[in-house]
Design a protein. Sequence first.
Lengths: 375, 529
Amino acid sequence: MSAEDQSAPGEPVGTEHDVVVYGRGAAIEQRDAFENPGLPPHRPRQTDLHPHKERRAERQVVGWFLASMLGSVLAIVAYFAVPIVPGDMGSVRANNLFLGLAIALALLGIGFGGMHWARQLMSSHEVVEERHLSRGSVPSRERAVEIFRLGDEESGFSRRSLIRNTLIGAIALVPLPAIVLFRDLAPVQNPDVALAHTMWEPGMRLALDPSGTPIKAADVTIGSAFHVIPEELASVGHEEGYLDQKALAAVLLVRLKPEDIKEAPGREGWSYDGIVAYSKICTHVGCPVALYEQQTHHLLCPCHQSTFDVTEHAKVIFGPAKRPLPQLPITVDDEGFLVAQRDFTEPVGPSYFERLHYVDPEHVPVSAAETETRA
Amino acid sequence: MTATATRPSLTSKASNYLDERTSISTMVAALGRKVFPDHWSFMLGEVILYSFVAILLSGTFLTFFFEPSMVPVHYDGSYVPLKGMEMSAAYASTINLSFDIRGGLLMRQLHHWSALLFIAAIGLHMLRVFFTGAFRKPREVNWVVGFILFILAMAEGFTGYSLPDDLLSGNGLAIINGMVKGIPLVGEWVSWLLFGGLFPGNDIVPRLFVLHIMLLPALVIALIGVHLVLMVINKHTQFAGPGKTNDNVVGAPIMPLFAAKAGSFFFIVFGVLVAIASTFTILPVWEYGPYDPSPVSAGTQPDWYIGFADGALRLAPGLESEIFGLTFSWNILLPMAVLGLFIVVVMIYPFLEAWITGDKREHHIAERPRNNPTRTAIGAAGVWFYAIMWAAASSDLIATHFHLNVFQVTWALQAMITIGTVIVYWLTKRIAIGLQKKDREILLHGYESGNIRRLPGGEYIEVHEPLDEYSSWKLKAFDSYEPVMVRPNAQGRITPATHLRAALTRWFFEDRIAPVTRGELEASKHDHH
């Protein structure tokens, strides 16, 4: 029960704190409340009562520390004795396992040993310390106010208001150059044009992703779906923006029975013999809409489950996307290869504020009435 | 031997040398025997600190091998399936440090596992502080500091997740890109500047790298410092218990017991993390391949701590408006607004509650959650709200694992996040009040001893035994509040704020259960049935 009374050092248990009484608000002042019974009697541990248990705990602590030493040595041994053999994944796993377990032993040995020492052998008597209000003492608060008053008086911060206000103005302006400096994080051109167009041009062949092999209309069987890129993309190097262009131009190609397709008025010529091509970039936040359900003709975005119906101009039938996937008008060239009639007539991918400014005048919108029948 | 006894020892000479140059004895005198209270839940904060040390150490190792560059290279390492493939230097160096550097995979997995534990422990620590009211005066400021650390930790997690430039991380960035673009007016430009042009560009990995290893860690370290200094100034809270009051701290002194326990616990946390890293694979980026905007696999989802944001996107309705030729993507803005509101409410909650109670006193006794039923119910509703958003991030996996329709799963989750949150609030409040009533019952009539007696008349009763004064103390000692009356202020006016506060105190405290008084206990002794 020996509670070692520790008053906070450097701060006498003064009376000035006790003067401060804060309002209790909605709290009820409890009359007739119970009295705190004080600390319960200290309960000795087994190691306090029995010297042989104390000695055993001591041996256990030493044992853990020795185990830690062993772990450190084993880790070094494992580093050399279990090397990585190029091409052999088993050796990587073995290196990872043995090295890791040995290091874990080295660390846990110290941890368990130290914890055992603290819990079984160090003094377990509880210590009581007084609390004080978090606010500074009355003299230091008064001194702080005095210092600010002196600072103001000696500098004239309040008195010389013109100096003060121009200083505030100067400090307010000085970060602006720093902000402007960040303009060149991106190329000088505006994003609008770059975002609004893709690589697709009239007559550009549709090719397989990623090989770049052009696709013959005759090779697209009913029910099949192809992941498509522009043929010219395959020759664009990675440093020349291959991924950037692919992120805009990726297309999904599907062949349906011509009678299954409900074409929007004005888009009649955009498909070829039941073959339709839609942007693969989701109109929600831009994931690739890569999952095609052959039976239902649904395209599903694996990120947020927006679902598009390919038979009806890729209108949204479920999920957080709002707009249909943009359609790529296609046809065939003289050799029977599928080609684009032109670029998309609207920006692909997620919506953005000024998106409508870049919708082509020739764009055939899918009327709102047709998208209303959502699940 | 006698000569050495009179001469100062090496330790004392070294201490003297140091103190004469640093005055370190002042600090030791002030803090050396500072008392820390003991409770298992106080360990959560320690887990955060120690896993952060593991993150720093393993992360430093990784920077020696990782190349934060999107320059295309042809992979030529020892992992056969990727041989010859074109990929960014970032992805190639991630594979190389995993498969061609001894201990590299261990350090990568340690880094990721430590990061997960770091964020998980932050979440649990925040819940502990919230549900015990440990954010009350004087700790409101430290709650805000800790809250900012929580946001920074998620930012660290996301930037780190994006660095390997694999298929999954690139997909995460694609989603961020889409969300950023949905911000009215500036979205397109923010995306353009962030990615250095078109998405994905060649700049994002080095940019995130600088954030991940310099800017964000510097902020985290600085704020952890502030958080700990404030904890020392405010002193740690303690749970109600015999001998523990609002004016004292009962526990272990730093030297030696607390230091020994905390130091050992650091090694235990670190050791457990290394053991996990050596036995459980995490984020096998080599299986996903380098980033390509075209393919994506089913079941794609972010690291779990970002899940709530992804889930919010999934649950949002598909709404967009086109007004004056400008597009407003409500399917993005709405979930962002809900998330923003949610986290702002979490951040300012201490100030809201302080205003409602009007209680200006310092509180150092951690409350038992049942003794503040309304706050506990608000917290439980918040946890539920978060958990449903989190579950929604796996709606497709839930559907495939349980053979359900993914549309129906989404609808069910939409119902659960709206109606369910209200039900959880109500249920938690009833449970808390029920537990308070049980406490009263035990105090007034004793606990069920399990001892059955037969009375002379043939009746059987179970004997109830009173608690001793030590174990009963925590059932008796808690703060109690009551609704405030609407009273005119000094100008004789009743302001709308007064009405609002009165209404809020009614909401908070109307059905409160008051602590047992001595008089009640005395009375109960006389009416034994």
